[in-house]
Structures are given as C-alpha cells and as structure tokens.
Design a protein around this ligand. Structure first.
Ligand code: NAP
Length: 524
C-alpha cells in the first residue's frame, strides 16, 4: 500500500471565511457529565495539545457549557476547537431535537469554536432552508463545517459513506467505522488516501483492532486524528491517550519513511514490546515504530503484513507455530524448535522467521558461565522450554528436562538428543543452573514454586516468569545465597536480538531494561 505523502506539521485549511486555519495533527477529545468536569479536563488537556474537541453532548444540558467554552477560548487564542453535540440516535448522548443540536452548534461557533461537527444523518434530516441557515450562521461566525459518519459495528461501505458526506460539500469529511480485523485498517487508510486528494479528510477505525488507523491516518493524508486526554477518558472505543500517541507511538516523528513493526497476539494490550522497542528505536535514531496488533487470525495478520506493509512482527502464542508454513526461510534452530517469535519482512515481501527466545536464554547464561559442558536443568517442556533446550544443547551444555507430564519431557529430550529426568531424581543431582520454564509463580498461578527447596541443587536459578518481577522462586534462591536471572532479563535480551535482526544495529539493552523494569514496577 503506498501511503501518499502528508507532512506531520500543521495543515493549512481554508475556512469558509476569516483567516486560514492551521491545524495540528492531534485533536484531544474531551467530555464530562458536568461543565466543571468538562472544563477541568479541557484545561488539563491544554498542557498536551492546543487542538480540542468539546463533546457538548456529554453534558445533561449542552448549552450550559457555552459560557465556559467562550471564556476558555477567549483566554487561549491559540487553541483550535471543534464543537460536537452528537444525538443519541447517531452514537452520541444528546437527547434533544435536530433544531436544538444545530442551535447549540451555532452558539458554540459564536463562542469561538472554529469547527463544528454534525452527523451525516442530521445533515440529511435537515430541511434545505434549515441547513442553509445553519451554514450561513457558521460562515458568519467564521467556523468550518465537519460532517461525520459513524458505524459502531463494522468497517463496510466506506466509500458510500464518504460520498454521502461529500454531497454536502463540507469543509471536513469524517468517516469513522469499527475495526473487527486488522485488515479493516487497510480499508480505512485507502479511503483516507482517496478522499484526502480533494477533501480535508479524517478517517478512523474504532476499537482495539483499529489502532493502526489512529496512529497512521495522518501519514496517509488525514487532516488530523483524535486522542483522549488520558487513559479512562476516551470518547470513543480504542482511542489512545494523547501522551501514549506522542511518547509511545512516536506520533510526531512518523513520516513516509517510517518502518512499521507490530507485536501480534490476543490479548496484546498489556504487551511491553511496544514500549521496549519504541524506546530502542528512539534511542538509536531508527525511523520505526512498533504497534500492538490484536490478531484473531493468522490470515488477517499476513494480509496486514503484506499490504501495509509491516517491516517485522514479534509474534506470541499460538501464532509462533501457526506462522511456520508461511515463512520463505528460517534459521536452522527455529526449524528444530518448531516455533518462531520474530518475523522480518524483506523488500520483496518474503517473510523470514527467527526464534529470539533462544538468545533470551543463552545470552544471560553465557554472561555468567561457560555453557560448554555445563549441567543445566530445564523445568517444563512447553514452548519456552523448547527454545531453552535446543539453544543450550547447541551451545554444548548437558541439558536435563523435568516436566509435570514426564512423557512430554521424554519426547522433547529425544528430539533434542538430551536427557529427561523423573522428578524423584532431582534431589540427588547437582546442576550448574536450573531454569524454570513453567508458569508456576506467575501472578494468578495456582502453584507458586515449580520445585521444592531441597531440589534447588544449583549455583544459579533462572526464572522465565517476570510477572511479578520478584517471583517466589527467585526470592527463595536469593534467600539461599544463590545467583539469579530474572524473566525480565530474558524478555529484554530476546527483544535486543529482535532489534538487531530488524535494524542491523546493536540494541540499547540498558535503556530497554530500564523502561521495561519501570513499567513492571508501576504495574505492581
Ligand atoms: P506452555 O507451552 O504452556 O508450557 C508450560 C509448561 O509448564 C508445560 O511443560 C507444563 O507442563 C508446565 N506446567 C504448567 N503448569 C504447571 C504446574 N502447575 N506445575 C508444573 N508444571 C506446570 O507455556 P510456555 O509458552 O512454554 O511459557 C511458559 C512460561 O514461560 C510462561 O510463564 C511464560 O510467561 C514464560 N516465558 C517467558 C519469556 C520471557 O521472555 N521471560 C518468554 C517465553 C515464555 P505439562 O506438559 O504437564 O502441561
């Protein structure tokens, strides 16, 4: 998909009268159930943005907010404001009539709002004289007209929605749909590309799956996009907070050359990969951004990867295995492990797969011990254990596997040409390191320890679990004076390897570790 050029700087927009409007690319939408709440939020939002949308329909009596609106805009002459009083039938909260809606919007324009938003249904319902009078009043107040379409259930018929709006020749065309798939973003970005050639266009696909359209819409040609003032203050599903867009998703740095990466999974909202990688991209001056991609099917992810296109993807379970048949190539270790967590997309669109969980296990260990000949016990025989076992065997370590289901340990040991032990053999064996690859100790897990205290027969304990940061196993190991490696270190070092694969540069590990650790500590 070739996204047409659009500067990230302000866009000049000819209003119907008066001076040309220079719009920022980010509009923060504020609403409140009382004027006090609305304007307290608006004042706070002004710290991050000088372009606000006032959702007057959130107020029980929208007209009651007009005096404060006038006052705020008089005190902040550099602020651009949109007034919206969306009726309940069309997705808003306002229960009054069309006539009252239009009246409130004219008053908002007279109070200093430079843009007013009406739903296309309202424009269609209005009589010709009513609409003409409304437009004349806006012109007299120097305000531009934005006409919007909203679909709260799907992304379909976007071009028709655009045509319905364009029939009124408004100053801004706004089409909002709901993304059910990642590919729905492609449909929205294409609409933006098409309509922005001749109109001031705003296009958004709502919902978690639609994040791409919010972040990349302006790059495709949208006049601006919407943000919430903060988490929990969204006026539409999937709206990202203004600071998240700027600080995390690098909104102000995105341009045509920005390479887009994703971390794919479901759920994915809590993934720390965007924070870790976007911090690294910023630190190393790499023009790239990583976005969380809520994936319901591999086909959907592959369509997005091909058509956006994505430059690379970090994949989580169960995609790690499902993606294998779609790879043009993969390294031999990934083939043996049978799971791939990192995709790199070449200029020819071909996807190469890597398993960086191996680096996440091997690197922290080799910094602390010689792996050749080391006796290492792996607890568990699932996906993470496979990366550990194959990676360590390749380094020449003597690997032992113990698993709750012994047969699975035996099968893995046979494949990796190493040994499975029965649980009752643990107490009488000594190891150089023990690695926990089971979820025992994870927040919410029923079982807190994967093995008993008398089975901790090693100098070094490595726990892959990193929520909480200080797991019961690590606490026990420290209390016995043993060296430890945390799951956090593994997460960061597998991410560092991803960074190297994607950028060809060494990763800023210390900075990646710092931000992920801070975020985990904040989560508690
Ligand atoms: P998985 O494929 O589901 O494997 C889980 C393994 O743990 C299986 O061998 C399972 O045994 C065993 N197990 C599960 N519950 C157990 C219990 N109560 N007692 C004893 N054994 C138990 O999961 P995975 O993808 O390998 O992930 C495992 C853990 O590693 C997760 O906590 C994950 O967060 C962590 N991890 C961390 C990183 C990192 O970067 N730090 C990376 C990858 C994974 P059975 O065969 O008997 O079911």
């Amino acid at each position: 998909m070739s996204l047409s050029a659009s500067a990230t700087a302000a866009l000049p927009v000819s209003g119907p009268s008066g001076p040309r409007l220079r719009l920022a690319k980010l509009c923060v939408a504020v609403q409140g159930s009382t004027p006090e709440e609305l304007f307290t939020r608006a004042e706070a939002a002004l710290k991050d943005a000088r372009f606000l949308e006032f959702r007057l329909d959130g107020l029980a009596k929208p007209a009651s907010g007009l005096p404060q609106l006038r006052d705020l805009l008089a005190r902040n002459r550099d602020v651009t404001a949109i007034a919206t009083c969306r009726r309940k039938d069309f997705g808003g909260h306002f229960t009054g009539s069309l006539t009252t809606e239009l009246d409130i919007l004219v008053k908002a324009a007279e109070a200093g709002c430079q843009i007013v938003d009406i739903e296309v249904e309202s424009a269609e319902q209005a009589t010709k004289p009513q609409l003409a009078k409304f437009r004349a009043a806006l012109r007299a107040a120097g305000a531009a007209l934005l006409i919007s379409f909203h679909d709260f259930s799907r992304t379909k018929g976007l071009a028709q929605a655009g045509q319905r709006i364009k029939a009124f020749e408004p100053d801004f065309v706004k089409v909002v749909s709901t993304a059910r798939t990642l590919a729905d973003n492609l449909a929205m970005l294409r609409l933006i590309e098409d309509l922005s050639l001749h109109s001031n266009m705003v296009g958004i696909a709502m919902g978690e799956e639609g994040l791409i359209s919010r972040v990349l819409g302006p790059r495709a040609g949208a006049a601006f996009t919407f943000a919430s003032p903060g988490d929990g203050a969204e006026t539409a599903p999937g709206q990202a907070a203004v600071r998240t867009l700027i600080d995390l998703y690098r909104f102000e740095q995105l341009d045509q050359a920005t390479r887009i990466f994703g971390v794919a999974g479901n759920p994915i909202g809590h993934s720390l990969s965007p924070l870790m990688h976007n911090t690294a991209f910023r630190r190393e001056n790499v023009n790239a951004v990583m976005l969380p991609l809520k994936v319901k099917s591999l086909d959907d992810l592959l369509t997005l990867t091909r058509e956006l296109p994505l430059a690379g993807v970090a994949v989580t379970m169960p995609l790690k295995q499902e993606v294998l048949p779609h790879l043009a190539n993969m390294d031999p270790l990934t083939t043996r492990i049978g799971a791939c967590n990192t995709l790199r997309v070449g200029g020819d669109g071909k996807i190469v797969g890597f398993n960086t969980d191996v680096a996440g296990v091997v690197r922290p260990l080799e910094r602390r011990m010689k792996l050749k000949g080391a006796r290492i016990l792996v607890l568990g025989a699932g996906g993470a254990a496979r990366a550990a076992v194959f990676g360590l065997v390749e380094q020449g370590a003597e690997v032992f596997i113990v698993n709750r289901t012994h047969e699975t340990a035996v099968a893995l040991a046979r494949k990796a040409k190493t040994k499975a032990l029965k649980r009752d053999q643990l107490a009488k064996n000594r190891f150089d390191a023990i690695i926990n690859t089971t979820p025992c100790g994870m927040t919410g897990a029923i079982q807190s320890l994967p093995i008993a205290e008398n089975e901790l027969n090693a100098h070094l304990i490595f726990d892959m679990v990193y929520t909480p940061l200080e797991t019961p196993l690590l606490k026990l190991a420290r209390s016995r004076g043993l060296a430890v490696i945390s799951g956090l270190e593994m997460f960061v070092l597998q991410g560092a390897r991803q960074f190297e694969i994607w950028t060809g540069k060494p990763a800023p590990e210390a900075e990646m570790l710092r931000v992920v650790e801070l975020a985990l500590r904040k989560r508690g």
